[in-house]
Design a protein around this ligand. Structure first.
Ligand code: GDP
Ligand code: IMO
Ligand code: MG
Length: 421
């Protein structure tokens, strides 16, 4: 049996915290797509940790964590993450496993990401510059190198061949930076990677499922950044939606039970691209300040706005969401009035569906206003402690989406989460 936790917006919904919270009910936690573009924040012994590629179940003893074949993995970043995690006393040789089919991010992929973004000028995607796009391009272009290839004695020659190909592309872009230091770091990190548990991920996970173990698949990014269904071309390069679990881990669709979608109580986006409910005003500033909305991977300020139910309803449909977790409800404590986008206005007509191309069509949000609770809620422990105004806000969302919010997160701490009853 596999349950999935994934983001319903443009990423950073609080997946790390929620996976860490639910992990104790599972035997295995697995990432299925993305790579070090992800930044998943959790608190361990009150210390903040940001994970990029290692699944967020890693701090629970006795739970296996799997980096699935659907990721693109940067060994340099993995080495840093392993050091951080090990400093908390985690035994990685027991808890961390990596699928051999996982593609590698090479130093030249990072260089290509940077060169491609520069060449796009003001049409840039706002990539995290971690080499994600170029690494997935080499996967679908059937050129990429995989974790399993590291064991091959011809790995270095395969690397050089691909590197030369990349160099020609970099020359075309006029990319001048010296990446020799990146390469030294890469080969050093590869040595550590080879010491970790490298497994056949699809048999590994299916044998666990067959033995009755419970698996939690952890999404990265968010549904509106999905390569097929997001706000293309301002998206990431993988399937972030529940369908990505099957191809990113090798599990069959019938094995999936719950799809738990995470949404913030409002909305953020980091990087470029359409964001109909963005507030480029004082309210947006206040959301950013109260929510501490700065990227966990890049430190960039996140764009902020009211929650967008049109986009959320779309995300619930595409993912088959069965339960919702609403995070950062406490961030709305400071507002007397709240708004939810309930439709888009396009050429004079109101729509409840996501249009083909939001960038050029620029839909305008139609809002419904709500009275804010305007009181501190981060100390609340029970649903009965929460103000009626928050309960009204939650009921409206449940009804609009046709899927219920089951948990409300009211602070970044591990214990700040309330079950809706
Ligand atoms: P992820 O990428 O989905 O894992 O989310 P990030 O870690 O990038 O960003 C979420 C941020 O919000 C982190 O700084 C979390 O510590 C924080 N956070 C998570 N849940 C809550 C919450 O309920 N309230 C508040 N105030 N912060 C939260
Ligand atoms: P988590 O898992 C928020 C965004 C980037 C950019 C676009 C493409 O922490 O929610 P890429 O580096 O993938 O080529 O960037 O996607 N992006 C994210 N935004 N959270 C993330 O991950 C993101 N990963 C990528 O900002 O707009
Ligand atoms: Mg994040």
């Amino acid at each position: 049996m596999v349950d999935v936790i994934l983001g319903l917006q443009w990423g950073d919904e609080g997946k790390g915290k929620i996976v860490d919270f639910f992990a104790k009910d599972y035997d295995l936690v697995a990432r299925f797509q993305g790579g070090p573009n992800a930044g998943h924040t959790l608190y361990v012994n009150d210390k903040k940790v940001v994970l990029h590629q290692i699944p967020s179940g890693i701090f629970h003893e006795g739970i296996i964590n799997l980096i699935g074949n659907g990721l693109v993995l940067d060994p340099v970043i993995l080495k840093k993450e392993c050091n951080t995690v090990a400093s908390f006393g985690v035994n990685l040789s027991k808890n961390l496993f990596i699928a051999e089919r996982t593609h590698l991010i090479l130093p030249t992929h990072r260089a290509l990401d940077k060169a491609a973004e520069l060449s796009k000028g003001n049409q840039k995607i706002g990539s995290t510059l971690k080499g994600i796009g170029p690494a997935y391009m080499d996967k679908t272009g059937r050129n990429g190198l995989r974790v399993g290839d590291l064991m091959d004695k011809n790995f270095t020659s395969s690397y050089i061949k691909l590197r030369l190909k990349h160099q020609r592309l970099l020359d075309n872009y006029g990319f001048q930076e010296d990446i020799a230091v990146w390469e030294d770091e890469f080969f050093e990190a590869v040595e550590l990677l080879k010491q970790l548990n490298i497994v056949n991920g699809e048999y590994f996970i299916n044998n666990h499922i067959k033995a009755g173990k419970k698996v939690l698949a952890e999404g990265a990014q968010g549904s509106m950044l999905d390569i097929d269904f997001g706000t293309f071309p301002y998206v990431t390069s993988s399937n972030t939606i529940s369908a990505g679990v099957c191809s990113g881990l090798g599990v069959a669709p019938q094995k999936i039970r719950d799809v738990i979608g995470i949404t913030k109580a409002y909305c953020t986006r980091v990087g470029e691209g359409p964001f109909p409910t963005e507030l480029e005003n004082e309210t947006g500033e206040e959301l950013r300040k109260n929510g501490n909305e700065f990227g966990a991977t890049t430190g960039r300020p996140r764009r902020c706005g009211w929650n967008d139910l049109v986009a959320l309803r779309f995300a619930c449909m595409i993912n088959g969401v069965t339960k919702i977790v609403m995070t950062k409800a406490d961030v709305l404590d400071a507002f007397k009035e709240l708004k939810l986008c309930i439709a888009y206005k396009l050429n004079g007509t109101e729509l409840k569906d996501i249009p083909f191309e939001m960038e050029k069509q620029k839909p305008e949000p139609v809002y419904k206003s709500f009275t804010g609770w305007y009181q501190p809620t981060s100390a609340a422990k029970l649903y009965s402690n929460l103000p009626d105004t928050m309960k009204n806000y939650v009921s409206f969302i449940n009804e609009y989406l046709g899927v219920n919010i089951h948990f409300i997160s009211n602070g970044p701490g591990r214990e700040q989460i309330i079950q809706v009853i």
